[in-house]
Design a protein around this ligand. Structure first.
Ligand code: CO
Ligand code: CO
Ligand code: CO
Length: 325
């Protein structure tokens, strides 16, 4: 994470007045003005399989790729597939199932698939580039969090730990089923709810875990965050697997990277600390909403079928700092 960020920082900054959101704030998607009213929102994501079933993997990958567009308060319009496929090792029917799963999610999201590109690769990988649009006045970035805001999380954590237990052959059907259901859920309804209510900032929780993405939001917004550990929703069985050491390498990498920024109250358990750094695939939205609209946002999320949780608030303090109590 630190190494990659370093490389990105060294890239020359594009000098283009139409570039509204670029690399500098580690936001979910890039935003580029088309005219005075409308902006283009673009993102790309791809990764190796995290579940066995190719169709489900395709669906999850599409839901995950779309999420960065929803996190910006934008509407996804078109998609392109990106595929690395070991053509001599795997049956081509597997590719067909993956792409069908992806297409199925795009259809649910009312997004048009325009094409894609496949290369012969030593390892299977699938992802999508997504393009959406947003009104320039309605862009929701990760840099608008204000002291006093409430923090809302729309999906439970534990995806990385449960899929790691799955890879070790130690997962229960119930735990894997619950995690898969979370990953398959589009963030479209959560996004519509936050657009309706009006919020200050948003990001989706993916590879850097809750605390990693919370840190990015805090840094970009120039604020600190306070998170109450016992209010953070976590999938059942996550702690059981974490205690067995079924923790993805990424969780430990995130944890040690974030050590400089995160202060844990001594009462916060070691299990919580690792779960809060667990990399998520197709995780929920982390939303910063003015305190007086917290109840309205939670009610609106519920009306859209989304179970939002108030997990903390925004404060003044060291930009990027997080205190977990
Ligand atoms: Co994101
Ligand atoms: Co992010
Ligand atoms: Co992304």
């Amino acid at each position: 994470m630190a190494d990659l960020a370093q490389v990105l920082r060294q890239l020359p900054k594009p000098d283009d007045p139409n570039l509204l959101v670029g690399l500098d704030t580690a936001d979910d998607a890039g935003v580029y003005a088309l005219d005075g009213d409308t902006a283009l929102v673009q993102t790309v994501d791809f990764f190796p399989p995290i579940v066995d079933d190719p169709y489900t993997f395709g669906q999850i990958t599409a839901a995950n790729a779309l999420s960065d567009i929803y996190a910006m308060g934008a509407k996804p319009m078109t998609a392109l597939n990106i595929v690395g496929f070991p053509i001599r090792k795997l049956d081509i029917s597997i590719l067909s199932e993956i792409l069908t799963g992806g297409q199925n999610k795009l259809t649910e999201a009312k997004v048009a698939l325009l094409g894609g590109h496949t290369v012969d690769d030593s390892e299977l990988k699938f992802g999508l580039a997504i393009t959406g649009t947003v009104s320039r006045r309605a862009i929701i970035t990760n840099s608008g969090a204000r002291p006093g805001d409430s923090l809302i999380l729309t999906k439970p954590l534990g995806i990385g730990i449960i899929t790691t237990a799955h890879k070790a052959g130690l997962v229960s059907d119930a735990a894997l089923g619950a995690a898969t259901k979370v990953m398959l859920t589009l963030n479209n309804q959560a996004s519509l709810a936050m657009i309706e209510v009006g919020v200050n900032a948003c990001t989706d929780v993916t590879g850097f875990g809750l605390l990693g993405h919370a840190h990015e939001m805090a840094l970009a917004s120039g604020v600190s965050l306070e998170i109450s550990a016992h209010n953070v929703p976590v999938l059942a069985a996550t702690y059981e697997y974490a205690r067995q050491g079924l923790v993805p390498g990424g969780a430990r990498t995130n944890r040690s990277y974030l050590d400089t920024y995160v202060r844990y109250d001594p009462q916060v358990s070691e299990d919580d600390r690792i779960v809060f750094c667990d990399p998520q695939t197709s995780g929920g939205l982390l939303i910063s909403v003015p305190r007086e609209r917290e109840a309205l946002l939670l009610a609106t999320l519920r009306r859209y079928g989304v179970d939002g949780h108030a997990i903390g608030h925004v404060s003044q303090g060291t930009p990027g700092g997080i205190s977990v109590t």
